[in-house]
Design a protein. Structure first.
Length: 202
């Protein structure tokens, strides 16, 4: 299981301070996203092995400042990381062995944020938008409302959300729970999501 400390070591306060610094640094980078109509986002950080693919069969190396098209797959290799600035303004920082796909809004010209098909791995997510992209995993869907959290999807499809700020609704066909700061939500395939206190964020 991934731990929050894999994104940054240390107790809660240093971790939160680093995340704030990281977000400010990332958002200060020159961005082409607003000018790239129809694109899902832009890669703003690449560490070691990061790849992209239109179909999932042929992969090519990803580079910083690459635009990410809708329906394009992004994955990180072992001991590798990446960060993607979404066209909605949200930020995803991917840990190693993570794979996702950015999906467009259901309706053309919609002001919705589309969806993130999060297949596996772990990532830190930050956004203050009320119209942020929702996230789909093998075991649940996340409705995001201006928030900050860490998401993990393991090899069995179990989804774990560790909330740092804001509000997320974690749901599947069996039920749903609302998560706020200091809570952890868990969704297993075929079972209703549940939540616990986030007692140890390290």
């Amino acid at each position: 299981m991934f731990r929050i400390s894999e994104f940054l070591p240390g107790p809660i306060m240093p971790f939160r301070l680093f995340l704030t610094s990281f977000v400010l640094f990332t958002l200060s980078l020159p961005s082409l996203v607003s000018a790239a109509l129809g694109e899902g986002g832009q890669i703003v950080l690449v560490e070691n092995e990061v790849a992209r693919s239109e179909s999932g069969s042929r992969w090519s190396p990803a580079a910083k400042d690459d635009l990410v098209a809708w329906r394009e797959l992004i994955r990180t290799g072992e001991l590798s990381r990446a960060a993607v600035e979404l066209s909605t303004g949200g930020l995803l920082r991917l840990s190693e062995l993570t794979q996702l796909k950015l999906l467009p809004p259901a309706a053309e010209n919609s002001d919705e944020g589309g969806k993130i098909d999060f297949a596996r791995g772990a990532a830190y997510f930050f956004s203050r938008s009320e119209k942020e992209a929702d996230i789909e995993t093998p075991s649940a869907s996340l409705n995001i409302r201006g928030t900050e959290f860490v998401i993990e999807v393991d090899s069995a499809g179990v989804t774990t959300i560790s909330m740092l700020d804001g509000l997320v609704s974690l749901a599947n066909a069996q039920g749903s729970v609302d998560l706020v700061s200091g809570e952890r939500g868990i969704a297993e395939p075929g079972r209703a999501p549940r939540k616990t206190a986030l007692l140890d964020a390290s």
